[in-house]
Design a protein around this ligand. Structure first.
Ligand code: F6R
Length: 238
C-alpha cells in the first residue's frame, strides 16, 4: 500500500488525477471502476477540466460504478446514476453505452452485474467513517461478490446530508460490488479527506486486516495507492 499525504483536498484531487491520467495515457480503452460521494468530486472536476483543455478522450473508455441505492428511481436526483452523469459523464466524451451503474434489488441483478465487471484497470474508492468500501459494511466477508446490502445506521446517518438531513429519507438498502469484486481490479486508488475519516484511515492502514474494517483488506492488494489529506491522516502514528 502506497500512502500519499497532501496538505488539503485540492491537492488530494490533483494527486488522484495524476494517478488516473497515467492509466488513461497508458491505455486508451481503460476500464475504470468509479465511486460516488463527496470524496471524488474534486477528481471528477479535474478530469472534466483536463478533457476540455487537453482533449483527453474517453471515447473508448468503459466504466463500472461500485454501487447504487435500492428503491430510488434511476433518474431521481439522489441516485448514483444521476450523480455520475452530473459530475462526470455529461462533461466528457464517453459513450453512455460504455458506462455502467448497478441497478436492481435481487440476487440475480447482483450476479448479472458482477459477471459484467471485468478487467478493471483502476478502481477508485472512498472510505466510510466505519471503514466501508463500496457499501460493504463492517463484517462483510472479504470474498463477497456484488450483492444486495442492508445499510447501517452509521452510513445512512453520514448520507442523510443528501436527503434533506433526514435519515428517514435515506434508502435502507443498496446494491454494491463486493470486496472480492473490488479486489479483482488491477490497481486501486482510495481517497479520503477530513478529520471524520481519520479513525477509518488509521484502521485501514495500521490496523489488522480484519472484516471489522473492510478497507483493511486493501493491505493485501498488490497495487493500492491511498491519497489522504492531513486531516484524514491525523491519527496515523507515523
Ligand atoms: C460511493 C461509495 C461509498 C463512499 C463512502 C465515502 O460509491 O461506495 O463507499 O465512497 O461512503 O463517501 P464520501 O466520499 O461521501 O465521504
Amino acid at each position: 500500500m502506497k500512502v500519499i499525504i497532501t496538505k488539503n483536498y485540492d491537492d488530494l484531487s490533483k494527486e488522484a488525477f495524476k494517478v488516473m491520467k497515467d492509466v488513461l495515457d497508458e491505455k486508451g480503452n481503460a476500464v475504470l471502476g468509479l465511486a460516488t460521494g463527496s470524496s471524488p468530486e474534486g477528481l471528477y472536476a479535474q478530469m472534466v477540466e483536463d478533457h476540455k483543455k487537453n482533449g483527453t478522450s474517453y471515447q473508448d473508455v468503459v466504466t463500472y460504478n461500485l454501487d447504487e441505492y435500492v428503491g430510488i428511481d434511476r433518474n431521481d436526483p439522489q441516485s448514483y446514476y444521476t450523480f455520475m452523469n452530473d459530475h462526470l459523464f455529461k462533461d466528457i466524451d464517453i459513450n453512455p453505452e460504455n458506462t455502467h451503474v448497478p441497478y436492481g434489488d435481487t440476487a440475480e441483478d447482483a450476479k448479472k452485474y458482477d459477471d459484467a465487471v471485468k478487467g478493471v484497470d483502476i478502481q477508485l474508492l472512498g472510505i466510510g467513517r466505519n471503514g466501508h468500501i463500496g457499501f460493504n459494511e463492517p463484517g462483510t466477508p472479504f470474498d463477497e461478490r456484488t450483492h444486495i446490502v442492508e445499510l447501517t445506521e452509521s452510513t445512512r446517518d453520514a448520507n442523510k446530508r443528501f436527503f434533506d438531513n433526514d435519515i428517514n429519507k435515506v434508502p435502507t438498502k443498496a446494491i454494491s460490488q463486493g470486496i472480492g469484486t473490488v479486489m479483482d481490479a488491477k490497481k486501486v486508488l482510495l481517497i479520503a479527506n477530513g478529520a471524520d475519516k481519520a479513525d477509518a484511515v488509521k484502521a485501514m492502514i495500521e490496523g489488522p486486516v480484519d472484516v471489522n474494517c473492510p478497507a483493511s483488506v486493501l493491505q493485501n492488494h498488490p497495487d493500492c495507492v491511498v491519497i489522504i489529506d492531513e486531516a484524514a491522516a491525523s491519527k496515523l502514528s507515523q
